[in-house]
Design a protein around this ligand. Structure first.
Ligand SMILES: O=C(CO)COP(=O)(O)O
Length: 137
């Protein structure tokens, strides 16, 4: 079953994400890819795959991806965020990561975790559905 996957990287992490995505292109190619603006442009160039581009992170792209999570239309997030440099939109970054926990969404924040997540037998197991929290609404 095709999933919708979001890929996002801060500037100092973009090269890592592109390298990682090239390594896992065969899996990524089976799914719908979305990304924040600059990351998405780099990814589609590097992979030769269609990537839906939202706004750049500082202009609201993280929030657009957060909206997908709240609406229940995102299946996983690969977010190589930068722990060493301040971002002007840090509240948006925190909000995006918070929603991953609110909605029990698989999120990989570094390459080691991204490797484990995308190679997990559960990743493309059609019998496996993540547990969706019930907030009674
Ligand atoms: O800032 C980002 C995520 O917080 C990423 O945005 P860009 O992909 O547009 O650089």
């Amino acid at each position: 079953m095709q999933k919708t996957l979001a890929l996002v990287a801060h500037d100092h992490k973009k090269a890592d994400l592109i390298g990682w995505a090239k390594q896992h292109k065969a899996v990524l190619a089976r799914h719908k890819l979305v990304a924040t603006g600059t990351t998405g442009g780099l990814l589609s160039d590097a992979l030769g795959l269609p990537v839906h581009k939202f706004k750049s992170g500082p202009l609201g792209g993280d929030q657009q991806i957060g909206a997908l999570i709240a609406e229940g239309t995102l299946d996983a997030l690969f977010f190589f965020w930068d722990p060493l440099n301040p971002a002007p939109h840090d509240p948006d970054v925190k909000a995006l990561l918070r929603l991953c926990s609110v909605w029990n969404l698989p999120v990989a924040c570094n390459e080691a975790t991204a490797d484990l997540m995308i190679t997990s037998p559960l990743f493309e197991d059609t019998q496996h559905a993540r547990k969706l929290p019930d907030y009674g609404k």
